[in-house]
Design a protein around this ligand. Structure first.
Ligand SMILES: Cc1ncc(COP(=O)(O)O)c(C=O)c1O
Length: 427
């Protein structure tokens, strides 16, 4: 099969079920290209003009042991295999004689990259065909405005469930473009809860019900999703910080949006998944870059996209599929979060996580030390042990360990061992 596919690639045509793939460990120069087989149900035509099949120059050796465990909330840690693959392709992508950063976004090579990224994302989330997938710029923050501009007239109402700082920001931005209303706020309880859905006082006229699936700063995560009261209304979710961390039934949502820089890539890419019938009614003042229909019809190429960041997202999607998809990914995430929360809860109050147990995030684990005077020391000593970016968000303080998909189990185990040791040294 590999030989046959090599011949196909060399002649410049084929199907997108195969691509050249270099091994993650690039210390050994390749003698011949290897191929990655995609789901046969995802076949589509493509052509690619890179015909060089000789070995690429060996990438500089990477001292993996020099890398830290990065617990940052985003931009966040990426899979090492993805970074190494990107490094191997950086100078001369697949024999094209240039890097992805230098190629035209309308050329065949990039066309392949963006189409494969979309197709892999669709496979990962089983995105139904009546949903468009669009890669945008401007971060999730730009979508805070784009949502009401696309989904409402200025007189329409929209309901917001405010479970933390990010949903509050989304609500405040939406107020500029429609009659947005906070129908529930967790602020009085310091954003440690998700409301019971039957307690939500939804407006029967609301065009949409907005939630933030995972509050990155406060560490609360929806484990299930509310249904809009009005059957013509839709559920809209900011999934920035738990996107692709577990399977999601996309058909329950009208719109899902997410910044890539936590779970699926570098900053610069925002992913929008939108039911197709919801597009085409944008307010006249909507900037063209924020118009869902324009962007979807242009297949994310209305203007120059963030090509390199998108290429990395594509590598991450490929990696998640190779891990067995999101069911497997969720199992790993649950295991990591489980051992961290167990360490906190089993510390006799030395460490405290304020979030209600049933809605604790698998991605962002905030905690405080009973002796707050020790927090700075904890963070500094952890950094000396190569566990970095553990400081809580400036608005809440404390410690926060973000343990996204790409955080290895070994990183969480090392953190837990350090926590126990730190506690023992501070009786
Ligand atoms: C849940 C959530 N929503 C929105 C944002 C804003 O994203 P961006 O910086 O991409 O605009 C963030 C950023 O951390 C976030 O965590």
């Amino acid at each position: 099969m590999a030989a046959a596919t090599a011949a196909t690639a060399a002649t410049g045509t084929g199907t997108a079920t195969h691509r050249l793939l270099r091994p993650a460990n690039n210390s050994t120069p390749l003698k011949a290209p290897t191929f990655f087989h995609l789901s046969s149900s995802k076949k589509r035509s493509f052509s690619i003009s890179c015909t060089t099949l000789s070995a690429p120059p060996a990438a500089p050796s990477v001292a993996t042991q020099d890398r830290v465990f990065n617990f940052a909330a985003g931009p966040a840690t990426l899979p090492e295999s993805v970074i190494l693959k990107a490094q191997a392709d950086l100078f001369n992508y697949q024999g094209c004689g240039m890097s992805v950063m230098e190629m035209s976004h309308r050329g065949k090579e990039f066309d392949f990259i963006i189409k494969k990224a979309e197709s892999d994302l669709r496979a990962l989330l089983s995105i139904p065909s009546d949903y468009a997938v669009v890669f945008l710029q401007g971060g999730a923050t730009t979508q805070f405005a784009a949502l009401p501009l696309n989904l409402c007239s200025p007189e329409d109402s929209a309901d917001y469930v405010v479970t933390g700082s990010w949903s509050d920001k989304a609500f405040k931005e939406a107020q500029k473009y429609c009659k947005a209303k906070t129908i529930w706020s967790g602020k009085p309880e310091k954003y440690t809860k998700i409301p019971a859905f039957d307690a939500l006082e939804q407006n029967p006229d609301a065009r949409y019900l907005h939630i933030c699936g995972n509050e990155t700063i406060h560490g609360v995560e929806f484990k299930d999703y509310p249904t809009p009261l009005n059957k013509d209304s839709i559920l809209v979710a900011d999934m920035s910080s738990h996107f692709c961390s577990k399977p999601v039934d996309v058909s329950k949502f009208g719109v899902i949006y997410a910044g890539a820089q936590k779970n699926v890539g570098p900053s610069g890419v925002t992913i929008l998944i939108v039911r197709k019938d919801l597009m085409g009614n944008a307010q006249p003042i909507t900037p063209v870059m924020l118009d869902f229909k324009t962007q979807a019809e242009a297949a994310s190429l209305y203007n120059t996209p963030p090509c390199f960041a998108l290429y990395i997202c594509g590598l991450v999607f490929e990696d998640l599929l190779q891990q067995g998809g999101l069911v497997e990914v969720e199992k790993k995430n649950a295991k990591k979060a489980g051992i961290l929360y167990d360490a906190i809860d089993g510390s006799d109050g030395f460490y405290v996580c304020p979030v209600e147990k049933s809605v604790r995030s698998l991605m962002n684990v905030p905690f405080t030390l009973q002796r707050s005077d020790l927090e700075k020391k904890f963070i500094e000593e952890a950094a000396l042990e190569k566990m970095v970016q553990l400081k809580g968000h400036r608005s809440v303080g404390g410690v926060r360990a973000s343990i996204y998909n790409a955080m290895p189990l070994a990183g969480v185990e090392k953190l837990v061992a350090f926590m126990k040791d730190f506690q023992a040294r501070h009786p």
